[in-house]
Design a protein around this ligand. Structure first.
Ligand SMILES: Cc1ncc(C[n+]2csc(CCOP(=O)(O)OP(=O)(O)O)c2C)c(N)n1
Length: 357
């Protein structure tokens, strides 16, 4: 006997097109005020990104990972959550963290070698995960605990396309499916894991379809379309809250900047490709929509940009004014007592800093 056991499909969702027009019947319910809030959060993420880059160039912070071009993925998804929900970010989600209320100076401090900035008071956010994909297991574990405690939280976990090649991703997906964890996985497919293109991560046509193997829903959305990201995230969050388990959302987007400030993307991708993606900019697209709807004009834009630039500059000044942590802190907390090797490393570091000064 031969029969079809099951058949699967993977949806793709786009609502807001590049020219700022929308697919009316797919448009989620959003008030004008909410749309402006989304826009503001995305512009803030962009201005913040530029500031981080300037601080890095001045030597005030260390290596940074920019999120330019990915603002719709971070903001649209976070917009679907409630205050009580919890996010597990990777390192390219400043937009989501800022929208949820993490002070800007906290993030600046984290990139500026001061881990104390990672403490998110009154913001339900785990620390940024620099290790690729490890936090997905923490997110799922937290979701499983919420189920046991009957705590109706939604957990949103962010990661990149490269993370889907890690064992941790697959373990997290499997546990999420089996234990019906209330987790929304947001994969920001920005086409690269450092210099490794998405095509070399997997032979699969989409990353969204990976959810199917684990028994839950996966959808690919235009990651530069904030309405599509929001709509899919809202559905997924509603389902998770109602006990219907996890969803994987693949936000199809593009990393406009280098991987980090230690990278040079011109070595592995073309100017032409980059320029094609710049035309799909998520912020320009939403602004075009708002202008068409007479929700926004040049004056509003000027006022917003000035206001946000001022607040970003103030946050940077605040972060820089905070006393730097003691360099011993890097070594002190690994073991109860510092080992001889750690003591030696600490001395070496102190010596080299003397030399630099
Ligand atoms: C476990 C682990 N392996 C390797 C690295 C080095 N590394 C840092 S970022 C990165 C690529 C991540 O790519 P992706 O998941 O697509 O996220 P993106 O940087 O594109 O946002 C790698 C391999 C790491 N940080 N953690």
């Amino acid at each position: 006997m031969k029969k079809v056991l099951e058949q699967f499909g993977v949806e793709y969702l786009q609502i807001l097109k590049e020219d700022g027009s929308i697919d009316e019947h797919l448009m989620p319910k959003l008030t004008s005020k909410q749309i402006k809030e989304m826009y503001k959060a995305m512009v803030l993420a962009r201005i913040f990104d530029n500031k981080l880059l300037a601080l890095q160039r001045q030597g005030s912070v260390g290596t940074i990972a920019q999120s330019t071009g990915q603002e719709a993925s971070a903001v649209g998804s976070a917009f679907a959550l409630e205050k009580n929900d919890f996010i597990f970010p990777s390192f390219r989600e400043s937009g989501a963290l800022l929208y949820r209320g993490l002070p800007m100076d906290n993030i600046i401090r984290v990139f500026g070698w001061d881990e104390r900035g990672a403490k998110a008071e009154n913001v339900n956010a785990f620390t940024m995960s620099i290790p690729v994909a490890t936090h997905l297991l923490h997110a799922v574990g937290y979701g499983m605990a919420c189920n046991i405690k009957n705590d109706k939280k939604v957990i949103m976990a962010y990661f990149g396309d490269g993370a889907t090649s890690e064992g941790d991703f697959h373990e997290a997906m499997n546990f999420a499916g089996v234990f019906n964890a209330p987790v929304v996985f947001i994969c920001q497919n920005n086409q690269f894991a450092i210099s490794m293109p998405r095509e070399k991560q997997t032979k699969a046509k989409s990353l969204a379809q990976k959810a199917i193997a684990y028994g839950f829903r996966g959808i690919q959305v235009d990651g530069n379309d904030v309405f599509a990201v929001y709509s899919a995230a809202k559905d997924a969050a509603d389902n998770a809250r109602k006990g219907r388990g996890p969803t994987l959302i693949e936000c199809y987007t593009y990393r406009i900047a280098d991987h980090t400030t230690s990278d040079d993307a011109s070595k592995y991708r073309t100017e032409k490709e980059l320029n094609e993606w710049k035309k799909k900019d998520p912020i320009d697209r939403l602004r075009k929509y708002m202008e068409k709807k007479k929700l926004w004009n040049k004056k509003d834009e000027g006022k917003l940009v000035k206001e946000l630039q001022d607040s970003v500059n103030k946050a940077a000044e605040k972060a820089m004014a905070i006393e730097k942590p003691d360099i011993e802190d890097i070594f002190k907390y690994m073991y109860k007592e510092m080992t001889n090797e750690l003591k030696e490393e600490l001395n070496d570091l102190k010596e080299s800093l003397k030399y630099e000064a």
